[in-house]
Design a protein around this ligand. Structure first.
Ligand SMILES: Cc1cc2nc3c(=O)[nH]c(=O)nc-3n(C[C@H](O)[C@H](O)[C@H](O)COP(=O)(O)OP(=O)(O)OC[C@H]3O[C@@H](n4cnc5c(N)ncnc54)[C@H](O)[C@@H]3O)c2cc1C
Length: 386
């Protein structure tokens, strides 16, 4: 991938991947998306299909069971899935970027060998537990504690809104916990908690506005005992490490959002060309064509923003500001396009089984998860020295 990658000139291997995932999204995901959304059921068969294609292993080296690709490849897959079903896309995003990536980035060799092949195969899912009832945007407000006791950490506390944390194939949750205090400041570390550890409970799933087919639970930890070797990365570096993971994750969420924004455009181009009112197609009214043109422009500019952030990241250059910009503009593009698409579909756009209605309900969380819009603005301002 070059520093100046254009949306129109993707190298062949990236383009082939995007087209393969597009086919999968249209043929396998689309037919069951409305059903899983209505039933609030986790799409195990779709996840198994993505696993078979190697999507959960996209950015990991082959020695850990991965596909030997990179983070941009993951983003392209997320964009294609996000067009059709955001729940499926976020299941992949959270599984790879939040579940497995912290182990790849910060784990020791033993942890990588133990966990990555299982997670990269998609046979199991990992989750990322940062948010707590009193610590969301201000994630440093973590209250969950991990206390040393002999050869173990004993964890007590709770986490909130954790994706992929309670499925039948969830194998572990990586959590941040306060492990001490240095210089009057909380020492926050990251610890791997296998899902079958006594005292760890994924409480009943939330009843959400959208992303109904994705798995989200509150978690509780009561005297959860794990070996000391489950510490992930350096003690006291947990918060900093998670921030790095979130910087990358923002590019992935931006890609998913671009998919959602583009999915709305695709639906509207088709519908506006077919639906007739006053003796002609609604798309032949300039008011509708202009709306769709603006939607396309939003999706396109947001795509260039995430391509740019990904190019910097892969080149090993600073990308924090660009990742936040991409997440900001792409999540807004998704929400704005979903609102406009619903308007163009008229009453049908308000019926849950229509894809644009699903995008309308699903897109709001894109402006909240992995850093709210306000947090992105805060980060961009900070990068500007304000
Ligand atoms: C479906 C779903 C899935 C999720 N998955 C995960 C997951 O897998 N792992 C995980 O750890 N978390 C997850 N989250 C949590 C998500 O990241 C948080 O909800 C998000 O970071 C916001 O935190 P909060 O909800 O506590 O809101 P708060 O931090 O309480 O913010 C409330 C409002 O205040 C604003 N605000 C806060 N501080 C400021 C400020 N200084 N200036 C201006 N405005 C401010 C915020 O932007 C927001 O609008 C998920 C959430 C949802 C809903």
């Amino acid at each position: 991938m070059s520093d100046f990658l254009s949306t129109g000139t993707l190298p062949e291997h990236y383009r082939d991947l995007a087209l393969t995932v597009r086919d999968f999204a249209n043929q396998v995901v689309a037919p069951v998306a409305a059903k899983h959304d209505a039933e609030h059921s986790f799409p195990y068969e779709v996840v198994a299909g993505m696993a078979k294609m190697g999507l959960f292993g996209l950015p990991f080296p082959e020695e850990y069971g991965g596909m030997g690709g990179d983070y941009f490849a993951l983003c392209l897959a997320l964009e294609e899935l996000g067009k059709i079903d955001q729940s499926v896309a976020i299941t992949l995003e959270a599984g790879v970027s939040l579940g497995a990536m912290p182990i790849y980035r910060f784990g020791d060799e033993k942890q990588k060998q133990e966990w990555l092949p299982r997670l990269a195969s998609g046979e199991h899912l990992g989750a990322f537990g940062l948010t707590e009832p009193g610590a969301g945007s201000d994630a440093g407000g973590t209250r969950t504690t991990a206390v040393e006791d002999g050869d173990s950490w004993v964890i007590n506390g709770s986490k909130q809104f954790i994706t992929n944390s309670g499925t039948d194939i969830t194998a572990l949750v990586t959590v941040t916990a306060v492990t001490g205090e240095t210089g009057g400041k909380k020492e926050i570390s990251t610890i791997l908690v296998p899902a079958d550890t006594p005292g760890f409970i994924a409480e009943p799933a939330y009843n959400k506005v959208g992303w109904n087919a994705s798995d989200t639970h509150p978690l509780s930890f009561t005297d959860v005992r794990v070996p000391k070797e489950n510490l992930l990365g350096e003690r006291g570096r947990g918060y900093a490490n998670f921030l790095r993971i979130l910087d990358e994750g923002r590019i992935a969420i931006a890609a998913l959002s671009v998919g959602a924004a583009q999915g709305c455009v695709d639906e509207c181009v088709r519908y506006a060309g077919e639906r007739e009112a006053f003796g002609r197609t609604i798309g032949s009214n300039q008011a509708i064509a202009f709306k769709v043109a603006r939607m396309e422009a939003r999706a396109h500019t947001a795509r260039t923003a995430y391509y740019d952030a990904a190019a910097l990241m892969l080149a090993g250059k600073p990308f924090k500001k660009q990742a936040s910009i991409a997440k900001l503009v792409a999540s807004e593009a998704a929400m704005d396009n979903a609102r406009d698409a619903t308007q163009i579909f008229g009453g049908y756009g308000f019926m849950n089984e229509y894809p644009v209605a699903r995008h309308y309900r699903d897109s709001k969380i894109l402006e909240i998860g992995e850093g709210t819009t306000e947090v992105q603005l805060m980060l961009i301002g900070r990068e500007l020295g304000l």
